[in-house]
Design a binder for this molecule. Structure first.
Ligand code: GSH
Length: 210
């Protein structure tokens, strides 16, 4: 298995967590997003969206972190990263989608670049933009985790919701977004981040980290 990623990518971080939770060995091929390596022809042949991550498995090419993590969970069912019941699965997928579809895309590198280049946004405006969308998502997740979490974001064991939450909290720290108004969310993220598999997937522990 080959994971194409980048140390600071939240989406690749999600997949690294899932791989580590499943105890799966893999090779990393990293693409420095700062230099535009995600748009090199060899890589866009794998991922036409010019985004990381991509997972290569015996000729199968998988993109989109949620699809990859769900594929890993189906192919390698232990430990399960989704609840056994349909109701629980829908709630976990909703949490992951809040992060993966409604928060993260708004502070992705290409969006921030366009804000700076085409909309004359200075760093203060960019940071305010990031904080607005991240806090809107966190504010929605806080009562959901309060209702469904039992230490972790959902229930009492890591799920896909935690695979998404921990990288999002890393991004919050990186961009200076205050998480103190979301104590339940922050506590769930801290609990998951302390699990060995999550710690091993941390950006600072990746071979391309600087
Ligand atoms: N929805 C995609 C998002 C992937 C994504 O946005 N990746 C970012 C890094 S976290 C990226 O490659 N950005 C490159 C760019 O913006 O040019 C997923 O979950 O895999």
């Amino acid at each position: 298995m080959i994971l194409h990623g980048y140390w600071r990518s939240s989406a690749a971080y999600r997949v690294r967590i899932a791989l580590a939770l499943k105890g799966l060995a893999y090779e990393q091929v990293n693409h420095d997003l700062r230099t535009g390596a995600q748009s090199a022809p060899d890589y866009t042949a794998l991922n036409p969206q010019h985004l990381v991550p991509t997972l290569e498995v015996d000729g199968l090419i998988l993109t989109q972190s949620l699809a990859i993590v769900e594929w890993l969970d189906e192919r390698h069912p232990t430990p399960a990263l989704l609840p056994a019941d349909a109701d629980g699965r829908a709630i976990v997928r909703a949490m992951a989608t809040t992060i993966g579809a409604d928060i993260h895309p708004l502070h992705n590198l290409r969006v921030l670049k366009r804000l700076r280049s085409d909309f004359a946004a200075d760093e203060a405006a960019v940071n305010a933009w990031i904080a607005e969308w991240m806090t809107a998502g966190f504010a929605a997740l806080e009562p959901t985790i309060e209702k469904h979490g039992r230490g972790f974001a959902y229930g009492n064991a890591p799920t896909i919701a935690d695979c998404f939450l921990v990288p999002q909290l890393y991004a919050a720290a990186r961009f200076g977004v205050d998480t103190t108004p979301y104590p339940v969310l922050a506590a769930a993220g801290a609990k998951a981040a302390a699990v060995a598999a999550f710690a091993a997937a941390h950006p600072s522990r990746q071979p391309d980290a600087d």
